[in-house]
Design a protein around this ligand. Structure first.
Ligand SMILES: *Cc1c(COP(=O)(O)O)cnc(C)c1O
Length: 345
């Protein structure tokens, strides 16, 4: 079974073995306040930072999902207001959450998916935080974080759910990076990740929000001792640790994915019945590819792929009938892309 679904997506095949090891090693039966758990968490974070090239002064936290991280951003980092700049469904959803929680202090600017992210002309001092979806999984676009000037008085939060572990990120360009593990990290769903700058921690201290089980400061204080506020998904943390031991450094993975993306896009451009949804090459995602066709052709290709044992990603929202999406995630192997190409001719 081959799957190109962009989340949940193909897990690393080695996970099967790691699951058995987790049971054998007894980590799943151990208390999460035990030394064994704390050592495992510490090791996991250390490997994660090392493989993804995260600056030493940035902190890594685990939650249960990217969605939970959206909520943490709204409750623990936002006192004045948030500004959401987005071009697709995930960015909009994040805005909708902040609206529900913070009401009128959540603002938004939307931009066209063929455009680069707009340069802000507004005064950012009325916001605590700018919220940007770095890789918009719904329409297969990405934002170049280097193009966004750091705001002096507002934090920048990036949703990197479908790019973390796939492409190199310039961590110094953001204060909060949130994600979950079921996309480029090749793991089963059920674990969220937050990477925070010293500036983010300092801001959370100023806001001082402590009302929730997942208030950021409470999470931080627990993670300082390699503990967690609630009984965590020990299995998911263990699996992440094992996958981090196995994967190459992010610059190697990133170069490989970018080359594979270019190759596949070129292949699509040569076909008359298919077209890339995103014309503007400079905003095309490296990790998710959306391909457009007439609805009959989309229906046929899905059937043909299914018969060949290949699952394609459905189009999202408005593009459900006229596009399909292909995940270009590290756990997917080159031979699987070759099988996909054979199917698409
Ligand atoms: C998948 C996805 C999410 C949601 O992740 P959960 O783990 O379901 O919370 C959020 N943002 C983006 C960009 C995504 O691709």
């Amino acid at each position: 079974m081959i799957t190109f679904y962009p989340g949940p997506s193909k897990i690393y095949p080695q996970v099967a073995e790691y699951l058995q090891d987790a049971v054998k090693e007894g980590i799943l039966s151990q208390n999460h306040r035990s030394q064994a758990f704390m050592d495992m968490l510490k090791e996991c974070i250390s490997l994660f930072k090392q493989k993804l090239n995260i600056p030493t002064d940035y902190q890594v936290y685990f939650t249960s999902s990217a969605t939970e991280c959206w909520e943490i951003v709204a409750q623990s980092f936002t006192a004045k207001g948030s500004l959401h700049i987005y071009n697709g469904a995930f960015g909009q959803k994040w805005f909708d959450y902040n609206r529900k929680m913070a009401g009128d202090s959540a603002f938004d600017i939307s931009f066209d998916y063929e455009d680069t992210i707009p340069i802000l002309e507004t005064d950012t001092s009325k916001y605590d935080i700018l919220c940007i979806t770095q890789n918009e999984t719904s329409n297969a676009t990405q934002v170049d974080v280097n193009q966004i000037p750091m705001a002096e008085d507002a934090l920048i939060a990036f949703d990197v759910t479908s790019s973390i572990g796939g492409i190199e990120l310039n961590w110094t360009k953001g204060d909060i990076w949130l994600a979950s593990v079921q996309k480029c990290l090749g793991l089963p769903a059920g674990l969220g990740v937050m990477v925070c700058s010293p500036r983010a921690l300092q801001h959370a201290r100023t806001v001082g929000e402590r009302k929730h089980y997942n208030s950021f400061l409470f999470i931080h204080e627990n993670f300082e001792k390699f503990q967690t506020p609630y009984t965590p998904n020990v299995l998911a943390i263990y699996l992440l640790k094992r996958v981090m031991e196995q994967v190459a450094d992010i610059d190697v993975i990133s170069a490989k994915l970018k080359a594979r993306n270019l190759d596949f896009c070129r292949f699509i451009e040569e076909k008359t019945i298919w077209k890339l949804l995103i014309d503007n090459e400079s905003v095309r995602s490296d990790t998710v590819i959306a391909i457009e066709g007439v609805s009959e052709a989309i229906k046929d290709i899905k059937q043909k792929a299914k018969e060949a044992g290949i699952t394609l990603g459905n189009g999202y929202g408005n593009w459900k009938e006229t596009t399909f999406r292909i995940a270009n995630f590290p756990a997917i192997e080159d031979w699987e892309f070759e099988a996909l190409k054979t199917c698409l001719v």
